[in-house]
Design a protein around this ligand. Structure first.
Ligand SMILES: NC(=O)C1=CN([C@@H]2O[C@H](COP(=O)(O)OP(=O)(O)OC[C@H]3O[C@@H](n4cnc5c(N)ncnc54)[C@H](OP(=O)(O)O)[C@@H]3O)[C@@H](O)[C@H]2O)[C@@H](O)CC1
Ligand SMILES: Nc1ncnc2c1ncn2[C@@H]1O[C@H](COP(=O)(O)OP(=O)(O)O)[C@@H](O)[C@H]1O
Length: 310
């Protein structure tokens, strides 16, 4: 029986009730036209996920740089870094204000530190192959300057939280960010960035247009998160649950997606894997927990991925 898009939306409208959602990312029948809306299946994840290789070392799985945190929101940076470490990046470096250095060394001894002043030395950024910016960053002048540097560097970036809010007032930067970047807004951040929307259907149409225009992936977060690729196709993530509705959960997702970029996945694949395993870790924890903290979820990720492969 056909499934329609309205099943995955929290509100009601006439158009989404008519829009069929395909099961899986691969078109199965040559006869029917494929829908731009696709529900991610377990088989899709199996096809995308690469098994860790014998003789692999930390260099095999990339080096991620996370630019996040401010005095009162250092936790967001730590959670993002935690998502990246537990997502399997070979190396994770975190650029937080110096006031966060002790916390970083104490909470995440596996992570390295890069001072904010070093961020403007482009040469020092060449060793990283995955970049994330935004969780808890704040919207101070320094944060704007860092985004300007990333635009000059022309590297794809995972953009979240405060970095999204900065871009909402700087269309020049938004339009010049490297293609294959990944934007991870929740509803409010999305509307800040692209304008107010009355319905989720309208919001989704804007996401499709903007993902094409930017040549980037938009991860529009909700109970069912929509991953919109550079062609404007929409992949619907089936995992996740209300036990996950606690602060910091999106920060972990940003770190996890960045870990997959570091490991060599494309922007689209990294977004799909990140959303799927983030939600699946939450689903597994929710079997025995009424609610879940973001730290708890990050720590569950390697177990979830291992269990998935069995
Ligand atoms: N430990 C730390 O350091 C943490 C630091 N953090 C960092 O702090 C920074 C600012 O984060 P923030 O939570 O203050 O602002 P933001 O996320 O814009 O929410 C503002 C309001 O928007 C709404 N809203 C949000 N989501 C929605 C949704 N899905 N659907 C609908 N509405 C939604 C909701 O408004 P309401 O509906 O309650 O009126 C909410 O109150 C940011 O950089 C972040 O990374 C956090 O990650 C927490 C842990
Ligand atoms: N009810 C829910 N069902 C499924 N996923 C949820 C639910 N509530 C929150 N999440 C997930 O948690 C994350 C929340 O992200 P975000 O709002 O950016 O949080 P924060 O800014 O606190 O880190 C998203 O990935 C979202 O899909």
């Amino acid at each position: 029986m056909a499934v329609f898009l309205n099943t995955f939306l929290p509100d009601s409208d006439a158009s989404s009730k008519l829009q069929v959602v395909d099961e899986g990312l691969v078109k199965l029948s040559a006869e029917s036209e494929s829908s731009p809306y696709k529900l991610i299946q377990k088989a899709d994840i199996k096809a995308i996920l690469k098994i860790r290789k014998p003789f692999a070392h930390k260099g095999t799985y990339g080096h991620a740089l996370i630019i996040a945190g401010a005095l009162k929101t250092m936790g967001a940076a730590l959670l993002c870094a935690k998502g990246c470490l537990y997502g399997g990046a070979g190396l994770t470096t975190v650029s937080v204000p110096e006031s966060g250095l002790n916390a970083l060394n104490t909470v995440l001894p596996e992570a390295m530190y890069l001072g904010r002043s070093n961020l403007i030395k482009i040469k020092s950024l060449k060793k990283y192959n995955a970049f994330a910016i935004g969780p808890g960053l704040g919207k101070l002048f320094e944060s704007v300057c860092i985004i300007e540097e990333l635009v000059v560097l022309k590297v794809p970036v995972v953009v979240d939280a405060d970095a999204l809010n900065i871009l909402s007032t700087r269309e020049d930067l938004l339009m010049h960010l490297a293609k294959d970047s990944i934007f991870t807004p929740h509803l409010k951040e999305f509307d800040n960035l692209f304008g107010k929307h009355k319905t989720w259907w309208e919001r989704l149409q804007t996401a499709r247009i903007m993902a094409k225009k930017l040549g980037s992936v938009i991860v529009l977060k909700n109970q069912y998160t929509f991953i919109v690729d550079q062609q404007g196709d929409v992949m619907i993530n089936p995992t996740g649950n209300p036990a996950m509705a606690q602060g910091g959960m999106g920060d972990v997702l940003t770190g996890l997606i960045t870990a997959y970029i570091a490991q060599g996945y494309s922007a689209k694949a990294a977004a799909i894997l990140g959303c799927y395993f983030h939600g699946k870790a939450g689903d597994e924890l929710a079997e025995s927990h009424y609610n879940i903290t973001a730290s708890q979820l990050a720590e569950q990720i390697p177990k979830t991925v291992k269990g998935f492969l069995k």
